[in-house]
Design a binder for this molecule. Sequence first.
Ligand code: ADP
Ligand code: MG
Length: 353
Amino acid sequence: MAISIGINNVTRAYGPVRAVDTLSLDIKAGEFFTLLGSSGSGKSTLLKMIGGFERPSAGEILFDGRDVVDVPANKRPVNTVFQSLGLFPHMTVAQNIEYGLRLRGLSGGERARKVENILELVELSGFEERNVNLLSGGQRQRVALARALVMEPGILLLDEPLTGLDERLRQQMRDEFGRLHKRTGATFVLVTHNQDEALSLSDRMAIMHKGKIEQLDRPEQFFQSPANAFVARFVGMENQLKPERLEEVGNGVVAVICGQHVPVVQGARHDPATSLVVIRSDRVVLGENNTDGDQLRLKVVETMFRGLYRDVKLAFADGQTLVMALDAGGPLLSVGEDVVVTLKPKAALLTAA
Ligand code: ADP
Ligand code: MG
């Protein structure tokens, strides 16, 4: 059975460092939830408190509404897959997986049946008797997952479980997490610094920074209305321009950047003095289209080949720049050339600095 997690004003201090700082968060039963953030932002500390490996300095942690702060880790309906995996090196695959079932007092027959089922789920059928030291990185990863899943936890915690795997395997395992989540129905909480993992798997995700949550939303919302410039940069929206002023036009808002007019989508109301205009590089097209008012005259300052496309860096007269993604088969632009680009609808978003 999936379990909901409530985090209420939780702080974890290590001396003067607040690894997690008065943080509140509700994770729904059965949700795939991701904590995304750079190293040191407090993700693991928060996960460890959910798992019962760390105690909050202040605040409550609730499972289905019940405070579990005093419940030890081994009594919580939680299993954790750590980056280090922590497999028992002298044991076979089956022995590793059935370890927890043994502690629960299940009979040999029951254990063997559960091990067989879970190995099928992680596509390692027939590997029961293998020594875990003789497995590949991806196979060991799947054993660690199987060992957690076989306990049928209401909550599965995954701390950077794919870091260290090669790219192909990372993608394969990532997709596997998605399938396992659907099949088990458990609440999954993933910790990662990898944006692709977070975006492709999460029902909702939180971007953490310095022990706090900068934004909590469905993945697509981070691109449509980033809460602030930090979040926008974190998800790769690096085109951030300082407007001279904002003008109300009809129901909309136009930002004036170096004398040029850019209609902006305004998520929340922002203080014009500290607002930034974020321009999505995928919504800038070369040339003049028939639409009015959303063309910019810019100068090419750099072009970078990216394989399937080309990044073209364009400058305003005041030196502020934006990068657009240009089809690799498109025209070759030279540095110094003046170009006109058109902003597609919702290309520019207003956000807080
Ligand atoms: P993340 O998992 O996002 O990389 P952590 O939760 O591991 O971040 O760490 C957050 C902050 O708390 C960091 O500044 C880290 O140095 C500090 N920290 C974490 N664990 C301890 C500890 N056991 N003792 C002292 N400081 C710690
Ligand atoms: Mg960590």
